[in-house]
Design a protein around this ligand. Sequence first.
Ligand SMILES: [Zn+2]
Length: 205
Amino acid sequence: MPPNKMYISTVNHIGCTTRFLLVEPLNFKSKCPDCQAKIEKNEKWTISRLPCPLAQSHEDLACGIVIKPSNGHFKSYKLGDDLHIGISNSQGLIYSFWTKGIEIDTSKWENSLKILDFRAFFFENLNLLDNSMDFFVEIQRKMKKFDKSKYMENDWNCFDFVMEYMKFTNYRNYRSKIDFLEEFVTKKLENVVKYCMLFEKLSNK
Ligand SMILES: [Zn+2]
């Protein structure tokens, strides 16, 4: 199933002053609020996408830390609901830890949120980045630190896996999950929730 695209665009009828927002696919029945002309795909209109915080492709997910609601889509996510977090390699493969141990997959991560990009940290060397993730997983599998038997919903979970990787790479050593959440997650999560609310509102117009 292709991911649901969640683009919002600003639309402006050239010569008129009021800009308005539309979701894709564009509804060509929509009218200019100033002159009531129907929107068309020609040079009389400018249509530009707002930056979408949610990943719309594997490329958007690659090389970083990604989060998503543990259950369902960000559209129905409320601040405080459980989150699942993972690290992604250059191919957009996502490594995470859950009740079944370390999992590597791409499915189920559509429309998730990338909260940090590792490319600059690895000097844009994607091989180095991929190798570090594979090496990290190999070590963890040997040490059994992230064995499925070790999983604890609150005390040893997907966040610990990601923080352990950041420690392993010398990116950062966090004293607590709260520090990590404050630095990377909270603000971005609020933005996503706002974006989804706007998207829903515009979709139901
Ligand atoms: Zn107009």
